[in-house]
Design a protein around this ligand. Sequence first.
Ligand SMILES: *Cc1c(COP(=O)(O)O)cnc(C)c1O
Length: 362
Amino acid sequence: MDDRIFNFSAGPAVLPEEVLLKAQQDLLCLPGVGASILEISHRGKPFTAILEAAEANLRELLSIPDAYRVLFLQGGSRLQFSMIPMNLLRGRSADYITTGTWGAKAYTEAKREGSVRQAWDGKSSHYQSVPTEDALELDPEAAYVYFTSNETIQGVQFPQEPQTGDVPLVCDASSDFLCRPLDMPRYGVLYACAQKNAGPAGVTAVIIREEMLGDLDEKLPGMLSYRNHADNDSCYNTPPTFGIYILKLVTDWLLHTVGGLEKMYALNRDKAALLYQQIDSSDGFYTPHAHPDCRSLMNVTFRLPNDELQSQFIEQAADRKLHSLKGHRSVGGIRASIYNAMPREGVERLAEFMSEFCQSHR
Ligand SMILES: *Cc1c(COP(=O)(O)O)cnc(C)c1O
């Protein structure tokens, strides 16, 4: 345990130690099963119980109404960029709100599938903000309005959902899934790859309103059809069993150790504030990327006065076990990803280091 760093990686990212220890303890033998999670059938009782528990945990944490299905799919969030328009457009048009790199990529993929519009695009202002209500140019006839609740690369997060009238929201929540409670009835689809805030790479949770599933579209490949995956309870093919198992342990941790998403949200606000305070009190030494009203609780992005200082910052931070702070290559600067599982102590240490580094180099 002493060798473990404070891991600020954007993803795959830090997991709760309790989860890793439990997985380690049960790796040779799941209690009462006589074999490990890696060795058992996805059709047998032990795995079915894990799958059902993972779903039940998500339903409890997010208060997901009965009218929704919870699917565990593969292909990462990138495949959702295509599956969403393939399954939901059905000859209609959809609106996209683009607040960063991931939203832009989703829009590019959707254009291949049918007619989509930009209801708002933050590109010309370097993806530093989210749109105000009046700035959105929404089509009231749209099949859905797509947005990215947290742009992982820019560190821009919607403080609350955009207002879209009766048009259902479709949300890429990959990097802020389970960081706070949500008003689920506003969503048609909410999805997240697990490797940022909910588990390992390989599994993507898709929460979809039953009525959005529609009828089976015979033209869609089976692997790309939400209806098909729902009818087969996420076991159309072999699901990512290990990923689902870890997601179940992470959601156990959220429910029973953390105490639910209100508590997690309070912890996340508190952790993020420690870093934003350092940025704001640095007299311009640290320049934040996101506007204050949409700063991410998960990915804190900022720059130093020059590249030389930036490199020194990253090097000296690593000497203190503070790792993976380099910003995404497309944006530069520093990015501290402080997902649910990042302990407060790691954020305190980073805040302390930021304060000392600023004092000695300003
Ligand atoms: C990481 C990420 C993705 C891409 O996820 P993959 O699983 O690599 O396809 C998409 N959207 C957001 C917001 C992300 O953070």
